[in-house]
Ligand binder design. Structure first.
Ligand SMILES: Nc1ncnc2c1ncn2[C@@H]1O[C@H](COP(=O)(O)OP(=O)(O)OP(=O)(O)O)[C@@H](O)[C@H]1O
Length: 425
C-alpha cells in the first residue's frame, strides 16, 4: 500500500509526466535583480507550477527503487514528506495580477496540469494527460520578468503582497522539512549495503539524479525565500553572489579543511595549502556551492598527504591550489603528493559509498551535520560524487587525475558564462 494515499498517488502519476524547466544562473540573477512585488509574484507562480513537477518525479524515483529499498523506513518517510510538500504547494491559491500592469505583464501561462487535476478523467488515467503535455522545455520562465514592471506606477494590492509572503513562508517550512533528506537517504542506502553487500549501478544513477534534483529544488527555494523575506545585500541577488571572490572562498575552505585535519590526526599543524590565484578574481556564483566542492577535495588531499607520509612525519609536501581564468571557464586545480589512487580504484571514487577512510575517521552517521548547511558528510564516500554534482549544477565539472605512488590532481571547472540550464532528469 502506498504511503501517499490514492488521490495523492494519482496526482504524482499525473505531474511526473510533465517536463521540468531548468533555469540558468544568468536567468536567476537577471530576474531577481530589482524585483518588484509583481516580479516576485510571477516567480512565485512559476515555482508553484514547477516544484510539484520536480517533487512528483522524485517520488516516482523513490517508488521505482527495489522493493527492499523502497520500503525502508527513512526512504518511506522522505517519500511521504515529498508528497506532503507537493500537495501543500498545489493547494496554495493564486491571486489576480492588478489591472495597473500592462496586459503582457499580467499574462501567466498556467500549466496544463492544473486543469488536468480538476479533470477527474485525466487524474484517474494520467496517460490521457499526454495530450496536455507542453511540447517545449523552458515553458514560461521569462527572463525579462524584471523589465515587465518598469515604469509602471502600480499600487500593489494587499492580496498580492500576502501571496508573496505566504508562499515564502510555505517554502521555508518545506525547506526545513526536507533538511535531513540527503542524510536520511544516505543512511538507508548504507544500511541496504550492509544487509545485501551490494550497491549496483542503478542505485548510483538514482542517487546522482536524486541529489542533483535536490540541489536544484533547494536553490529555487532559497532564492525565492531570500528575495521575498531577506533585506537586499550589496553584490548579491538572493543567495547568488554577483562578485564571488574565488581566492577568499578557497582560503575559507582551506582553513576549515586544515582545522578538521588537525583534529582528526591530533596534529599541531596540518599540511600547508598554497593558493596561487589572482586575489581580485571574481565571478557570479553561489559561494556555498564552491566552498563545498573545494572543501571536500582539500579534505581528501590533506588526508592522503598525512596518511601517505605518516602522521609522525617531520615534513608534509604542500597542497597546491592553482586558479586560471579562461574565456569560458575558471579552473581550479588542486594538486597533492598524497600517493595517488590505484587505476583500479579510479572509477570507484565517483561511486557513492566508496571510501577508504578508516573507521576511526568515520563519524557516527547519527552525528552527521544537518543537511541544511552544505557541510558534507564524513566518511560516507559521498564527498567526490556530491562535489561533482555541485559543480555540474551550473554547467561546470569536476575531474580527477592520479599518479599512483605520487599524488592526485583534481580540476574544478566553473562555467563563467552562467548560461547552462540546470541539468535535470
Ligand atoms: N586526493 C586523494 N588522494 C588519494 N585518494 C583519494 C583522494 N581523493 C579521494 N581519494 C579516494 O577516494 C575515496 C572517496 O573519496 P570521497 O571524497 O568521495 O569520500 P571520503 O573522503 O572517503 O568520505 P567523505 O567525503 O564522505 O567524508 C577516498 O576514500 C579515497 O580513497
Amino acid at each position: 500500500m502506498s504511503v501517499l494515499g490514492k488521490t495523492l498517488q494519482e496526482k504524482v502519476n499525473l505531474l511526473a509526466q510533465y517536463p521540468q524547466t531548468g533555469l540558468s544562473l544568468k536567468q536567476l540573477v537577471y530576474f531577481g535583480k530589482n524585483p518588484t512585488p509583481g516580479t516576485l509574484f510571477r516567480a512565485g507562480l512559476f515555482l508553484r507550477d514547477e516544484l510539484p513537477i520536480r517533487l512528483a518525479r522524485r517520488i516516482q524515483d523513490l517508488q521505482n527503487l527495489s522493493p527492499m529499498l523502497r520500503s525502508m523506513k527513512r526512504i518511506s518517510s522522505v517519500k511521504a514528506a515529498y508528497g506532503r510538500s507537493m500537495e501543500e504547494i498545489i493547494e496554495l491559491k493564486g491571486v489576480e495580477l492588478p489591472k495597473c500592469l500592462p496586459k503582457h505583464a499580467r499574462y501567466h501561462n498556467a500549466p496544463k496540469w492544473r486543469s488536468s487535476l480538476m479533470d477527474s478523467e485525466i487524474l484517474h488515467n494520467p496517460s490521457l494527460a499526454n495530450t496536455h503535455l507542453d511540447s517545449s522545455k523552458g515553458r514560461y520562465f521569462e527572463t525579462d520578468f524584471s523589465d515587465q514592471d518598469n515604469g509602471v506606477d502600480c499600487n500593489w494590492p494587499e492580496s498580492l503582497l500576502k501571496f508573496n509572503s505566504n508562499f515564502a513562508y510555505l517554502l521555508n517550512t518545506i525547506r526545513t522539512r526536507h533538511d535531513n533528506v540527503a542524510v536520511e537517504i544516505a543512511l538507508d542506502i548504507q544500511e541496504y549495503r550492509r544487509k545485501t553487500n551490494q550497491i549496483d549501478n542503478s542505485i548510483q544513477i538514482f542517487l546522482d539524479r536524486f541529489y542533483m534534483s535536490r540541489i536544484g529544488i533547494r536553490m529555487l527555494l532559497g532564492q525565492y525565500i531570500a528575495l521575498v523575506s531577506e533585506p537586499p545585500r550589496e553584490n548579491y541577488v538572493g543567495v547568488i553572489s554577483t562578485r564571488a571572490n574565488i581566492y577568499q572562498i578557497i582560503e575559507g575552505a582551506a582553513e576549515n579543511a586544515k582545522y578538521i585535519c588537525r583534529l582528526a590526526y591530533g596534529l599541531f599543524e596540518a599540511p600547508e595549502i598554497q593558493i596561487i590565484c589572482d586575489p581580485s578574481l571574481e565571478m557570479m556564483y553561489v559561494e556555498s556551492h564552491l566552498n563545498h566542492a573545494v572543501f571536500e577535495i582539500l579534505k581528501n588531499s590533506l588526508r592522503a598527504t598525512v596518511e601517505f607520509h605518516g602522521v609522525d612525519s617531520d615534513f608534509f609536501p604542500p597542497i597546491k591550489v592553482i586558479v586560471a581564468k579562461g574565456q569560458e571557464d575558471i579552473t581550479i586545480k588542486i594538486s597533492d603528493e598524497g600517493g595517488g589512487i590505484s587505476r583500479r580504484n579510479i572509477p570507484l571514487v565517483w561511486s557513492y559509498m566508496f571510501t577508504t577512510a578508516s573507521p576511526t575517521l568515520t563519524d557516527d552517521p547519527h552525528d552527521i551535520v544537518s543537511a541544511n548547511s552544505t557541510t558534507p558528510m564524513a566518511g560516507f564516500g559521498f564527498g567526490l560524487p556530491l562535489a561533482r554534482l555541485y559543480t555540474r549544477y551550473f554547467g561546470g565539472d569536476l575531474e580527477l587525475i592520479s599518479m599512483e605512488g605520487y599524488g592526485t590532481d583534481v580540476y574544478i571547472h566553473l562555467n563563467r558564462l552562467c548560461e547552462s540550464a540546470e541539468p535535470l532528469q
